[in-house]
Design a protein around this ligand. Structure first.
Ligand code: NAD
Length: 279
């Protein structure tokens, strides 16, 4: 079974650098898909209350027989529950659905800046961590002004920022801020969600040929060598196996640089919603 390396977060806890994300895994298929991922060797699962599939994740965990300490489970607070005491109610509902006493990582899913509750939500996540309902806390889709504001208000730096990041959209300003503040980057949509022809670019194709690997493995390897935490999504067994098999080779500096150069730098590579527009 593949041994997945871990990274240390700024709060001292560790996180497997590769996991399985279940965005758009249908609730009815989640138990099967997560069970299969756990059997293959995945130990880090990324879900969210808005995905509607926390119960399926929980059933797969319970049936797996894997020791809780060997698993890393993330879930997220949805935008409509940032105000008042809603975050406390939301984490308890998530834990109930997951069948867990605590998660390893709880994230503010989006800043939703038009509602102007994200600083409050961050304060509530700090309380939730203090209450022992999550080991680590972090944010998602936070841009530099959002990050600066929550840190200025609380003095607490998130353990991670989970952002859209793939070769055509590398968000270097957010990555630079995060690196200089010891915040780990989790790259969502690591394969660009299949929304553009990433696998057909010469940078990816040439490296795939040179290493006798698939284009997806080259892109995932690029993320790992950049220090990004990733959890590619698939519901197909052969892809789950392919996506975890990325530890037996190394891209050289030129191959990394060729993939670095795939970002047009004008923001046009983004495949998801801009964080200021999702409220
Ligand atoms: P992804 O880049 O992982 O793309 C998933 C798609 O890529 C799959 O539907 C499949 O069609 C294809 N794919 C997967 N493995 C492949 C392979 N080996 N070869 C060819 N094609 C392959 O995108 P994603 O699912 O959006 O992102 C991964 C995870 O990130 C999600 O499951 C979720 O956990 C998280 N996420 C978080 C946010 C957020 O706002 N925080 C947003 C989107 C996703």
């Amino acid at each position: 079974m593949t041994l997945i390396p871990s990274l240390t977060l700024n709060d001292g806890h560790t996180i497997p650098e590769l996991g399985y994300g279940v965005f758009k895994v249908p609730p009815a298929d989640t138990e099967r898909a997560v069970s299969q991922a756990l059997e293959i060797g995945y130990r880090h699962i990324d879900t969210a209350s808005i995905y509607g599939n926390e119960e399926g994740v929980g059933v797969a965990i319970a049936k797996s027989g894997i020791a809780r300490g060997d698993l890393f489970i993330t879930t997220k607070l949805w935008n409509d529950r940032q105000a008042g005491d809603e975050p406390h109610a939301a984490i308890r509902e998530s834990l109930d659905k997951l069948g867990l006493d605590l998660v390893d990582l709880y994230l503010v899913h989006w800043p939703a800046p038009a509602n102007d509750n994200y600083v409050h939500a961050w304060e509530k996540l700090i309380e939730i961590r203090e209450a022992g309902l999550t080991r680590s806390i972090g944010v998602s889709n936070h841009l530099v002004p959002h990050l600066e504001r929550i840190v200025a208000a609380t003095g607490v730096v998130p353990a991670v920022n989970q952002i859209e990041l793939h070769p055509a959209y590398q968000q270097r300003d957010v990555v630079d801020w995060s690196t200089s503040h010891n915040v780990r980057i989790e790259a969502w949509g690591p394969l660009g969600q299949g929304k553009y022809d990433l696998f057909g670019t010469p940078a990816v194709e040439d490296a795939a040929a040179a290493h006798e690997r698939t284009p997806a493995q080259i892109v995932l390897r690029w993320h790992l060598q950049k220090g990004n935490i990733i959890f590619p999504k698939s519901v197909q067994e052969h892809r789950l196996r392919e996506n975890i098999d990325v530890f037996g080779f190394t891209l050289d500096e030129d191959e990394i640089a060729a993939i670095d150069a795939l970002d047009p730098l004008d923001g046009s590579g983004r495949v998801g919603t801009h964080p200021n527009d999702l409220n």
